[in-house]
Each structure stands twice: as C-alpha cells, then as structure tokens.
Ligand binder design. Structure first.
Ligand code: IMP
Ligand code: MG
Length: 369
C-alpha cells in the first residue's frame, strides 16, 4: 500500500500486465495501418509513459508528437478542458492515432475530436491503455483499448493524484474504506467467547458474524446459498469454502456502514484465512487482529461441566467429550495462530477472571490496533 497526499492506494495492475497490453496494442495497430506511416499523438501529461513504451514496441516506422490538455482536479474529472499546447504540425492526409493513458468520462476525448475537426487527416483513431466503461459518457468510438478497469481512481504509470504518482512503474487503485476494525475471535469451548463478543460489538460498534448463525439463517430462509450449502450437507459432504465465503460476503455487504466485523467460527483453515483476507481486500479493508481467549484446560472442563448441569446440553455433560472438543480446538487453531502471528496479528488474551476483567484485557488489545 502507498500513500499520496491524504489518500491510500493499493497495488492494482503490474508492470508486466501493462507491458502485455501495450504489446498487444502495438501489434494490432501495426497490422491495421499496413504500409502507412502513422503519426501517434500523445495527450500530455498523463500519456508520456504510454507513448514512450508503446513507441519502443511499435515494430515499424512511425512519427510521434504531443498535445497538452488538462482536465482533472484531485480525483474528479472536470468538464472544463484546457488546451495548453495544441497541434504544432500539419497532419493533412495523415493516419493519426491518439495515444491516451486513460479514458474516463470522455471529456478529454471530446476536446481531441474538436481539435481534429478542421484538420484534413486521412483517418483518426483512438487508442487508450486504460478505459473505464462505467464512467464513459460519450459516443466516440474507441478503436484500441488495452485494459478495461472499474470506475475507481488509479495512479501510477503516468497517472497522478494532484501531481504525485506519475513516476510509479505499476498502477495503484484508491482505497476507499480503510478505518475499520475487523477481528477474528477465537476461544476454546467455555472460554466465554459469546459473552465477550456481545460486549465488543456494543463498545466498538462492530457487527458480529457468527458463521454458525449465518449458515442457519441461510438454510432456514432457503436463500440460494443456503440451498447450495444444504445440498452438500445432505450428501454428508463438506460445504466448499467458496460457499461460506459468499455467505460472509453477503453479510458484510448488508452492513456497509459498519465500523468493522467480529468473525466468529471462521476461518478454520489456512485456505479459509486466505479467502477471508481476499474478501476483506476486495472491500478495501483487512483483518486487523486474531484475538484468542486463553483459558487453562482444567478451568474449561470445570466451567463446562458446571454449565452442563444447568443447560442440559448433552455435549457439556460428559468430561471426555469436553476434553475432546478442547483438544480439537487446539489442533485446529494452531495453524491459524501461525498464520496470523506471521502477520503480527495474533493476540492471546488471558480468559480467566471476571467478565469485566477479561473485557478490559480485550479492550486494551483493540485500542492499540
Ligand atoms: P476524461 O476526460 O474524464 O476521459 O479523463 C481523462 C483524463 O482524466 C485522463 O487523461 C487523466 O489525465 C485523468 N484521469 C481520468 N481518470 C483518472 C484516474 O483514475 N487517475 C488519474 N487520472 C485520471
Ligand atoms: Mg490524460
């Protein structure tokens, strides 16, 4: 991630992908122009890198020139295009190809067409490395498009945010939501996870996503994902991670204005942890911490047996079942402890004491994130 002025940007398009797109454009254009010697017209400032790299890849003789237009203020395109340097050579009868770094609303392209309206060129074609179809508002044909991208602000490879970022050799995309607190909450059975999740939820305005609840909700309401999950469960098969991730994604999307999430019961494997990272990344966010409540086995056994006496839950009544569940928990979470430790995101919290004492310990971890 990088920071330019007040905004954060994440890696988006690699130098290699740019290279491949330009190579494709160069070959396509060279093929189409045949024996003509084209004049490539770059639109400054943004297109300087595109023109330079493209021209080196162009396999046949060509001419290169520039015009200079300006439209963008900050991260918004403006209608008011300034013509800073116009055409400086006669292009009568020539095959002209505009080389753009990016086509967004098409306002700049409109101005380009105005400039060429009275030039008696043989043909005028438009090539652009990047194109934002959702933002494009004009009807001008785009003859050559390198890479279509979503309507999000990007920097690098000639493109700037208020002057910065043009020199980056890769392209970065703006991060839109970044100040969330997303926790993965762990704890062996009997550690008091449910109680603490309730508290954290209120104190930090987080949404508690318990995978078990999400499953039950989707199956009960017969959502498409619920039915899909059920079809695996009915066959006695494991529900594929992607189905679970899609359910979690739906939960996250239902709560777009949340300050963050507490994930409970997920991830359980390395692959799931990676999938969760990807999901959060797609939301311009991330998992900030895995917090595990640590409670000694003997204390857990005592607590659960105590609970079994009043709750009537059969799996809380049998000591060997309890010990098994605790062991299974440690077997499973050991991998995840490593996964999050490697990113400095693992926090073990002593789960023995009064509810209040434990919530204080949890808060002191979260407040430091
Ligand atoms: P348009 O006139 O809206 O099509 O925008 C064209 C010009 O706006 C480009 O030549 C860039 O200078 C600038 N621009 C559009 N989108 C971006 C972006 O995502 N990042 C940086 N500059 C952009
Ligand atoms: Mg430009």
């Amino acid at each position: 991630m990088i920071k330019l002025h007040d905004k954060y940007f994440k890696p988006f398009i690699t130098a290699k992908q740019i290279d491949e797109a330009l190579q494709r454009l160069a070959n396509e254009i060279a093929e189409d122009v045949g024996d003509e010697i084209p004049v490539f017209v770059g639109i400054l400032n943004g297109s300087f890198m595109v023109v330079s790299d493209f021209a080196k890849m162009y396999p046949k003789p060509c001419e290169v020139t520039f015009i200079k237009l300006a439209s963008y203020e900050g991260v918004k395109s403006s209608e008011d295009i300034q013509r800073l340097i116009g055409l400086t050579q006669d292009l009568t009868g020539r095959t002209v190809i505009i080389l753009e770094d990016i086509i967004d609303t098409g306002n700049t392209l409109h101005e380009v067409h105005r400039i060429f309206k009275n030039e008696k060129v043989k043909s005028l074609k438009i090539a652009t490395l990047f194109y934002k179809p959702e933002a494009y508002k004009k009807d001008f044909k785009l003859h050559y498009v390198g890479i279509e991208i979503p309507n999000k602000f990007i920097v690098g490879y000639g493109l700037d945010y208020n002057g910065l970022g043009r020199n980056l050799s890769e392209v970065y995309q703006i991060k839109e939501t970044q100040y969330m607190t997303n926790l993965v909450l762990f704890g062996p059975p009997g550690a008091g996870k449910g109680t603490q999740a309730e508290f954290l939820k209120t104190k930090y305005n987080l949404v508690h996503i318990s995978t078990g609840d999400v499953f039950r909700y989707n199956i009960k309401n017969e959502t498409a994902l619920g039915m899909l999950a059920k079809s695996y469960m009915d066959k006695g098969a494991l529900v594929p991670d992607q189905v679970t991730i899609d359910m979690l994604n739906a939960e996250v999307e239902k709560n777009t204005d949340a300050q963050g999430f507490i994930f409970d019961g997920f991830p359980r494997t390395n692959a799931q942890a990676e999938a969760l990272d990807k999901l959060m990344d797609s939301k311009d966010s991330q998992i900030n911490a895995m917090i595990a409540l640590e409670v000694d086995d003997e204390v857990l056994v005592k607590r659960l047996l105590g609970r079994g006496k009043t709750s009537g839950r059969p799996d809380d009544a049998d000591e060997s079942i309890i010990r098994n569940r605790i062991k299974e928990y440690y077997d499973k979470t050991a991998i995840l402890k490593d996964y999050y430790s490697a990113q400095d995101k693992y926090f073990g919290v002593d789960g023995v004491g009064s509810i209040d004492e434990i919530t204080k310990r949890l808060s002191s971890v979260i407040d430091k994130l």
